[in-house]
Design a protein around this ligand. Structure first.
Ligand code: CU
Length: 221
């Protein structure tokens, strides 16, 4: 009796609560920090005010406009997509704003990896612009000299040229296959110097000799 009564009382109350405009609106919004998403694309891991633990203050401010599209692949062999620039350099503990403009019809991303995970979900700052749209996002880098991978994560886009690097301070060494910066896919393949060729030839001869001796031994028995 008591249960039935409370149920009869509670359900209209719940209905009223859910129908309140504030409650309904908040239940439909994304609450992931630093995430903005709509039909024009998204920004994930945006951070314009939280300092990394190893930084005392923002050392410098940068604003880069990054264009994405097929026309930026033209100067490079074996690429189909590209950014207008594939390398950016900034100071440690700086704040970086990226204006990402997609000139193609397909969507593209500017995804940066290796940021501290206590501050950025999965260590990423990630922007995606739908075809013909632009996105703006901001992040703050830590104090260490480090080279961060930037790429478009859509299938085959990185392999086809959408790869870059963000160098913080003096960096931690170039990444491979950055269009216009480091060796491309073809040159990345194994190329042997003369010493290695002679070594390979000698070991092949030795293997042949060993095989020959073994066969002779067995043949004698
Ligand atoms: Cu892409």
């Amino acid at each position: 009796m008591f249960r039935a009564c409370t149920q009869r009382l509670l359900s209209p109350l719940l209905g009223l609560l859910i129908s309140l405009p504030g409650f309904a609106a908040s239940s439909h919004q994304h609450h992931m920090p630093g995430m903005v998403m709509d039909a024009t694309g998204m920004v994930m891991g945006g951070n314009s005010d939280q300092l990394p633990e190893d930084c005392q203050a923002i050392s410098a401010e940068y604003e880069f406009t990054v264009l994405a599209g097929t026309r930026f692949a033209e100067p490079y062999a074996a690429t189909a997509f590209g950014f207008d620039q594939h390398q950016w350099q900034v100071k440690p503990c700086s704040r970086i704003t990226i204006n990402f403009k997609n000139e193609d019809d397909v969507r593209h991303q500017w995804m940066l990896h290796g940021l501290p995970k206590y501050l950025y979900d999965r260590g990423m700052f990630h922007m995606e612009a739908s075809g013909g749209f632009a996105q703006t996002g901001t992040f703050i880098v830590p104090s260490d000299n480090k080279t961060y991978l930037v790429h478009c994560d859509i299938a085959q886009h990185m392999e086809k040229g959408m790869k870059g690097q963000l160098i913080v301070g003096t960096g931690s060494g170039d990444l491979w296959s950055i269009p216009g910066v480091t060796a491309d896919f073809q040159r990345e393949r194994v190329s042997l110097d003369n010493g290695q060729k002679i070594g390979l030839l000698l070991s092949a001869l030795l293997a042949a000799l060993a095989g020959f001796i073994t066969i002779k031994k067995f043949a004698k028995k």
